[in-house]
Design a protein around this ligand. Structure first.
Ligand code: ACM
Ligand code: ZN
Length: 709
């Protein structure tokens, strides 16, 4: 990033003119940060109500946007005029010969003139976005002339695909809200809106050939309370977008240089469609539009030609409506239990000569058959398919673009196989997760922990890939699933400012990441959020100190060894995390907890010398919706030689019921004072109880900070 700051006077300097009117200087340090800003000593261009915006043919809408922004931000519109060779004012032109990347732009500021040149209309649009974000904001009901410092900004995007996703199925978001979402994307230089239009819990797009989809499939007769408790409200809930509304939305997005990628999630997540047309499922139903969260086992019957025809018809109608070069066909989370039992699916497997192998089952390959068949329908119309990374499980065609969500591994594998890839890993880019560890102070959400800092640190180009393979990473995207996000205001709160961090990754993928400088740019962006009445999270602006360490104890600084390994995802620094002095806090994936599934936590601490002790204390996290329960038993053993252990304390802990409180629990095991060199702590979990939707599966245990006293 080259940046000449010699003449950069800093943010928003107040200048006073002869008549004492305030004029405020623009500040080009915006989000995403422009790549090259070279200011000079030529002075300023003054923007006032008399300023004219000249536009070349094809850029009238861009000129109007600039006008609207001036009106919102400075308090007055500018004058838009078709370009006539004038040399004073703001001039919008397209000059592809001056750029080697699509969507690139240059802003050249002299005292007489501001040239905004783009490689294409989108480039001009992004130049206007940068100018918009640079402007000082007028106090309410005032008009504020603004100085643009003279110099040149040159800027271009690193990734051609810069996306955000929204799920209006679990909770419906009305058309006006979706337009505001598109506005938010435009403000952050994003160009792809992934619109997830079908789900177990609701079908949201009018399909003329199947009108019952939105009469029946768009409404559920109630919604589960909390995290899949067994309680439901009885409120009919739903909604859908008509094709006319969607055409309007597509146009609205296109004006903002945003493509809408429709997703029809196949062949799983289809229960709302099955509720409408039960004959399309393996069992024939009856089905209801699902009232719970999670992954339904009832999916489209892959052995039923009518079901395949249905999917093809829907995709064709979706393509009639959406001009998007990409069509998302889902492919995630498709349980195979129905297909395993279904005579039609098994017959299809026979017919196709499908065999399972050591990597994938025959039903996995049956899903590949469905995905490849749908891909053909999409490709026949000159479009490309996107699928979630599960579609790699089998033999999906190389033309499919893989959206890597279960980490980056799927994306890495896909790029190696020659697929194009969009990185959207839940580890860094699932904005439905908590953004603060203080979850008691947050609106309830699905769980997890994903602060802005973590988003900002994401590296979209895996170092495991060669530079040639890295070229397959065409984009970066964040997802917002709405099981626990019932309102659009809450969507905004989950999105911002994490999407500021995302915007910087997508547009710049900066080598150096200065989080503090980024936060300063966010502060400026937050002023625009306030202006537009956007709801956003403010944690990064108010860093708080927490009491989150434990006092030194006998385990401090000693070596801990684990006899059973935690799950790979929840290992972090491993055993040392158990006595590093940092307490685990709210979120299970904060890096401060070790998570175990199906095995006990079994830790041995070497005290180095025979040591007197009388108590062991440890903490466990309970988040039942996330399958994390308290342990059922803790045992303490000691040894002098590290070989022969005997038990000195044991605690049985009652099994939780669904209505018990979630949170962090401390367990203490006391014993007669004794002297030993080795101490072993074994903490055992249990299987999910009957009142849990995952009944019979092992519950997780999450443990942190073993203290010995
Ligand atoms: C997903 O989050 N199921 C793609
Ligand atoms: Zn079937």
């Amino acid at each position: 990033m080259r940046k000449n700051t010699l003449f950069l006077l800093g943010a928003a300097i107040l200048l006073l003119t002869a008549c004492n009117q305030q004029i405020v200087e623009a500040d080009y340090d915006v989000i995403p940060q422009p790549k090259e800003v070279n200011l000079n000593s030529d002075g300023h261009f003054l923007i006032a109500a008399t300023t004219k915006v000249y536009y070349e043919e094809g850029l009238q809408r861009e000129a109007e946007f600039l006008n609207e922004y001036a009106n919102e931000i400075l308090g007055y519109p500018l004058q838009t005029v078709a370009y006539n060779g004038q040399d004073r004012g703001i001039v919008l032109t397209i000059t592809p010969e001056e750029f080697d990347k699509a969507e690139a732009y240059e802003i050249d500021v002299t005292p007489q003139r501001v040239n905004i040149k783009g490689a294409d209309a989108a480039g001009v649009f992004y130049g206007i976005q940068t100018l918009r974000k640079s402007l000082p904001i007028a106090p309410p009901d005032t008009k504020l002339p603004a100085f643009l410092p003279c110099g040149t900004i040159r800027d271009w995007p690193e990734f051609g695909y810069r996306g955000m996703h929204l799920d209006p199925c679990r909770h419906f978001m009305d058309l006006d809200s979706v337009k505001i979402y598109i506005d938010m994307l435009a403000l952050h230089n994003m160009n792809q809106f992934h619109f997830h239009l079908s789900e177990d819990q609701g079908w949201r797009i009018e399909i003329k050939k199947y009108p019952e989809l939105t009469q029946v499939g768009a409404y559920r007769n109630g919604t589960v309370i909390g995290h899949n408790s067994n309680l439901y409200d009885s409120v009919r809930y739903g909604g859908y977008y008509t094709q006319d509304e969607l055409r309007d939305l597509i146009q609205y997005a296109a004006e903002r240089h945003i493509n809408i990628i429709p997703e029809i999630d196949l062949p799983g997540h289809m229960q709302a469609a099955l509720a409408t047309y039960p004959q399309l499922g393996c069992t024939g139903g009856p089905y209801e539009v699902w009232k719970r969260w999670g992954v339904s086992e009832d999916v489209l019957c892959a052995g039923n030609e009518e079901a395949m025809q249905f999917a093809e018809d829907v995709l064709n109608e979706v393509m009639d409506l959406f001009p998007s070069p990409y069509i998302h066909i889902g492919g995630d989370e498709c349980p195979k239990v129905r297909w395993e039992q279904c005579p039609k699916c098994q017959q299809k497997i026979k017919e196709l000569g499908i065999k399972g192998d050591e990597r994938f089952s025959k039903e996995d390959y049956l899903q590949s058959y469905v995905m490849n068949r749908m891909a053909k329908v999409v490709e026949a119309r000159g479009r490309r398919v996107i699928g979630w990374d599960e579609i790699l499980e089998g033999n999906v065609s190389e033309t499919a673009i893989i959206m890597s969500w279960r980490g980056t591994e799927g994306g890495i594998e896909a790029a190696r196989k020659g697929h194009d890839v969009i990185m959207a890993p839940y580890s860094h880019l699932y904005f439905d997760y908590y953004q603060s560890e203080d979850i008691a102070s947050e609106p309830e959400c699905i769980g997890g922990y994903l602060p802005v800092e973590r988003v900002y640190q994401f590296q979209p180009l895996p170092s495991e890939l060669t530079p040639e393979q890295q070229k397959h990473i065409i984009g970066v995207q964040a997802n917002i699933w709405t099981e626990y996000i019932a309102s659009f205001k809450h969507v905004q709160y989950m999105a911002m400012p994490r999407m500021d961090a995302l915007a910087e990754l997508q547009w710049n993928n900066p080598e150096e990441r200065d989080f503090d400088a980024f936060v300063e740019r966010c502060r400026k962006m937050a002023q625009l959020y306030d202006l537009y009445h956007y709801n956003y999270a403010t944690h990064i602006f108010n860093p708080q100190a927490w009491a989150d360490t434990v006092a030194s104890n006998l385990a401090t600084g000693k070596t801990v060894t684990l006899r059973q390994q935690p799950a790979e995802k929840y290992t972090f620094e491993g055993a040392a995390l158990l006595n590093d002095g940092n307490l685990g806090r709210g979120a299970y994936n904060s890096g401060r907890w070790l998570g175990f599934s199906g095995v006990p936590m079994d830790a041995v601490i070497d005290m180095e010398t025979p040591t007197e002790m009388r108590q062991v204390r440890f903490r466990a996290l309970v988040n039942k919706g996330a399958w994390i329960y308290n342990p059922s038993q803790a045992v303490v053993m000691v040894s002098d030689d590290g070989e022969n252990y005997h038990e000195v304390a044991k605690k049985d802990i009652p099994i939780s019921t669904w209505t018990d409180r979630d949170g962090i629990f401390t367990y203490e095991l006391e014993f007669e004072p004794l002297t030993a060199r080795y101490i072993e702590v074994i903490v055992t979990g249990y299987d999910l109880p009957e009142d849990h939707s995952g009944y019979g599966n092992p519950a997780w245990i999450f443990i942190d900070e073993i203290e010995v006293l």
